[in-house]
Design a protein around this ligand. Structure first.
Ligand SMILES: [Zn+2]
Ligand SMILES: [Zn+2]
Length: 170
């Protein structure tokens, strides 16, 4: 995603983009299209870019294994400074640009921040009932006939021992 800045005056610029994911270099787990709002504060020596990226992602539910689409919003800020980079100045949200720069490429920022926005826990709905551990029925769709046997707490330590892999016991 290239932003042309050569003819932009100093000041605030609001921009809006939408289109196909491939235009901004994204693919799975993201699907469908994207929307992006840009807020650009351009000065003679720097550009502060605020980005709100709205995406759809397709995940497999951790509990019931069904596929579902979840809206994802990635909001980030990136600062571009005109000038020469100081070697000790390592900052992921800062990029140095030559003074005669006429465009900036925000592809890497879009990619990195969209990956960060992917949730660790992927659940189709907050109260997803998951799969029955015995028969595998998706309990969101229908209840199963398995008896909900209460586990006798006295046997719990033994059950946990059984779950330790053999090579874990030395
Ligand atoms: Zn689920
Ligand atoms: Zn069952």
């Amino acid at each position: 995603m290239i932003l042309k800045i050569a003819n932009l005056s100093d000041g605030i610029h609001e921009m809006f983009f939408d289109g196909k994911l491939s235009e901004i270099g994204l693919s799975e787990p993201f699907v469908n299209s994207y929307k992006m709002e840009l807020h650009m504060d351009k000065r003679h020596n720097q550009i502060v870019l605020g980005v709100t990226l709205t995406l759809d992602a397709k995940f497999t539910c951790d509990r019931c294994l069904a596929e579902f689409i979840q809206p994802i919003e990635s909001i980030f800020k990136h600062v571009y400074l005109f000038g020469t980079e100081l070697p000790e100045d390592e900052n992921d949200s800062l990029t140095y640009l030559p003074f005669d720069t006429d465009k900036i490429d925000i592809s890497k920022e879009i990619f990195d921040y969209s990956q960060i926005a992917i949730p660790l826990k992927k659940v189709c709905q907050d109260d997803c009932k998951g799969l029955c551990l015995r028969c595998g029925t998706n309990l969101n769709i229908k209840p199963c006939d398995c008896k909900n046997e209460e586990i006798d707490e006295r046997w719990l330590p033994l059950q946990q021992l059984k779950n330790i892999p053999q090579d874990g016991i030395k």
